[in-house]
Design a protein around this ligand. Structure first.
Ligand SMILES: *[C@@H]1O[C@H](CO)[C@@H](O)[C@H](O)[C@H]1NC(C)=O
Ligand SMILES: *[C@@H]1O[C@H](CO)[C@@H](O)[C@H](O)[C@H]1NC(C)=O
Ligand SMILES: *[C@@H]1O[C@H](CO)[C@@H](O)[C@H](O)[C@H]1NC(C)=O
Ligand SMILES: *[C@@H]1O[C@H](CO)[C@@H](O)[C@H](O)[C@H]1NC(C)=O
Ligand SMILES: *[C@@H]1O[C@H](CO)[C@@H](O)[C@H](O)[C@H]1NC(C)=O
Length: 450
């Protein structure tokens, strides 16, 4: 697809316009997008891509991936789509490794205030969600609008795939959606949940940082002790339910680690933040506060211009006074009291309900380090957890390539993938371009060699 074709010569068809729910689609139906007013004055933006490979097969219904970015306040429509695995990259060049080959893609700027999603009155902080559970309520409203009116889409299994803070959104949204499905309000077939480098248990991640960094030479005994003391304080605050305080201490701990490690990159502990400009462009993830500190709203400068320039022009329905990323700091602020709250029990609930849960983690991630992920997985109360932990894992290869790309193990509906040579943004790695083998289960498939 040529840029000019994509951006300039789009013929849009009004899909529906009910109240202020607006949706348009391209003439060939390959893309659609719109706003759902999830509450008065609160609008959620979504963008759907139909896979060019979509086939109709009742035995193997074609999957849809709903992508939830982190932050909170980072835009999936921008980051996941253009920087990680959407059909076009930030230069609007086709991306070979797009997940669109394997599934329809549904990007949502979640929660309201993120990306193109917006509230009408930024100063009215009550319009932003204060918890993952409130976000899930809005998300379920969106799913109802999106799926209930299309039979084809209802037959497709929906896989909620998340990165970073998005993992907390994914598990709460999945539970809320299941409830709505059981109540007959939502017509949707939930295929599973995938948690990529997900912030499911903040305490386990913050506690993992100092020991991990000490073991890989990035902290000495002093830096370790000072950092670990602060990590212990976070533990106590979380145990006491003082989540907003814990968010402040988390901030303090990141500053300490940054100082004592001489600026280790939280997205990949093999690099240092200042040497690696790409790590700054990734800054709009869990460490949204980096975006706050290092100015450009929503993260990467280029993406910011693209989303507020060509893409906004293409989409046509973004109100002129809505800036992509313009409200993202308010999203983070409003969730401050929920940011450090764990969602391990929600994972347990999904497992108990028989939902397939896939966890994948990049080897060199620090912010959501594998060490921390292992720790919270061991805390699961699900009846299968002992058997899962006792199982042997198997190596993963990629096409004909003989080098190991990762490891995996599964027990019943819990699946874990250790992804080697990857940092926080696993889904962006060109080294391990893995696609989702979604026909039967959400098994991550190392599809393409490098
Ligand atoms: C993308 O695919 C095309 C055609 O198969 C190939 O020529 C090109 O090198 C690929 N690009 C990347 C970045 O892998
Ligand atoms: C944009 O302008 C309209 C009309 O003046 C106003 O009602 C709305 O609140 C504004 N939205 C934002 C996000 O500022
Ligand atoms: C903020 O928004 C809520 C929900 O729409 C509304 O009830 C309330 O009156 C608003 N507050 C102000 C100060 O505008
Ligand atoms: C429902 O979704 C399918 C798959 O994208 C699409 O082909 C079809 O046009 C949609 N139907 C309506 C009524 O929008
Ligand atoms: C979970 O995945 C397995 C394959 O690994 C599949 O057989 C099963 O149907 C899936 N369960 C659900 C509830 O989707």
């Amino acid at each position: 697809m040529e840029k000019s074709h994509v951006v300039l010569s789009l013929l849009l068809v009004l899909l529906f316009h009910v109240g202020i729910a607006t949706a348009v689609k391209t003439e060939d139906g390959s893309e659609a997008w719109g706003y759902v007013p999830v509450r008065p004055k609160a609008h959620m933006f979504w963008w759907y891509y139909r896979s060019p490979n979509r086939i109709h097969d009742p035995k193997k219904p074609w999957p849809i991936i709903l992508w939830l970015q982190g932050g909170p306040g980072a835009s999936g429509v921008g980051l996941g789509n253009f920087e990680e695995f959407g059909p076009l990259d930030v230069f609007l060049k086709p991306r070979n490794s797009t997940w669109l080959q394997k599934a329809d893609l549904l990007f949502v700027d979640y929660p309201v205030g993120t990306g193109y999603s917006f509230v009408e009155d930024v100063k009215n902080t009550t319009l932003f969600v204060k918890s993952d559970v409130e976000a899930a309520k809005d998300g379920t409203k969106f799913l109802t609008e999106f799926f209930n009116r299309n039979l084809t889409l209802q037959k497709s299994p929906l896989f909620i795939v998340a990165e970073s803070y998005g993992g907390k959104f994914a598990v709460t949204l999945a539970l809320s959606a299941l409830k709505a499905i059981e109540a007959g309000k939502l017509k949707l077939n939930l295929g599973g949940v995938a948690l990529g480098d997900s912030w499911i248990s903040p305490e386990d991640f913050t506690s993992s940082w100092a020991p991990l960094l000490k073991d890989v030479s990035l902290l000495d005994g002093n830096g370790f002790q000072i950092s670990n003391r602060v990590a212990n304080q976070i533990k106590k605050q979380i145990a006491a339910g003082k989540f907003a305080e814990a968010t402040d201490t988390w901030n303090e701990l990141e500053d300490l680690i940054t100082k004592y490690s001489n600026n280790v990159d939280f997205y990949n502990f093999l690099s240092f933040a200042e040497d690696d400009p790409s790590s700054l462009s990734a800054a709009s993830e869990l460490k949204q506060r980096i975006a706050v500190k290092r100015s450009s709203p929503g993260g990467d400068g280029d993406l910011y211009s693209l989303m507020n320039g060509d893409i906004k022009k293409k989409l046509k329905i973004i109100p002129p006074n809505v800036t992509w990323g313009g409200q993202s700091n308010s999203v983070f602020e409003a969730l401050k009291g929920d940011f450090m709250r764990p969602r391990i029990s929600e994972v347990d609930e999904l497992l108990a309900k028989g939902i397939n849960v896939s966890i994948y983690n990049g080897q060199f991630d620090l912010i959501c380090a594998t060490k921390g992920t292992n720790a919270w997985v061991e805390k699961l109360k699900w009846h299968g957890i002992k058997n899962f932990l006792n199982k042997d894992r198997t190596p993963l290869y990629c096409g004909g390539d003989k080098s190991i790309k990762g490891f995996t193990k599964s027990y019943r509906n819990l699946h874990f993938y250790w992804i080697l040579n990857a940092g926080h943004l696993v889904s962006q790695q060109t080294i391990v371009i893995f696609l989702l083998h979604l026909f039967v289960s959400l098994k991550l498939l190392l599809l393409l060699p490098t």
